[in-house]
Design a protein around this ligand. Sequence first.
Ligand SMILES: [Cu+2]
Length: 242
Amino acid sequence: MKSRHILPLGLITVVVGALTAASMLLIDWYPDQAAEQAARTDHLMWFLMIVSAIVFTGVTSTLIYCGWRFRVSDDNDTSEGPPLHGHTKLEVIWTLIPVLILAFTAVWAVRTIVENEAVASTQNAYSVTARQFAWEFTDPKAGIKTGDLRVPVGTQVRLDMRSPDVIHSFFVPEFRLKQDIVPGKTTHMVFNPDKPGTYPIICAELCGAGHGVMRSRVIVMEQADYDAWLQQAKQQVTKAGK
Ligand SMILES: [Cu+2]
């Protein structure tokens, strides 16, 4: 590169890089993390964000500089320039870098999925029915059906999910997990809630006119609170059955 290009291109790169970094770091992009899976997913997302920001800064700065420096002159000469011949070394470099980034990301992504889905020795299992346009959660051991999902903190939760009508998708942003629910089969999700609180459950697959209101909540409770609630809910079921 000719040295007269280096300084202006460098300055533009610094400005574009600073704006990109500011938009990444100053905006609170993600909700709280409320499951062990969330931190692993976020590490991978931040890696992708940073790599994307570097590529974006390089490409955008070069485009801005070329658009300004090499724009057509006022005499409106639109004739074609001299033919360019390929630059083998450059082509190898710009092929190799994306291949390495993608391979590294793929390995990391597979590792994240395997770790996120690792099955603990004990689990609390719930059945989930997703239908147009509501969620229903069943604790098969206690025989309790609810519209909210209540789970104890610090355990592993397994969801066995079914749909009687169309495809839905179970999504809790605070867990960074999403799983489709497909008619005719049972899909599963595991998560380890690690922060008590109430978090939205959102249907993330367009499933009909009421899709936008197909929401519920997952309530992550301390074990003692959960036990007390479960006890009460069981009594209500017994009373109703009498
Ligand atoms: Cu939906």
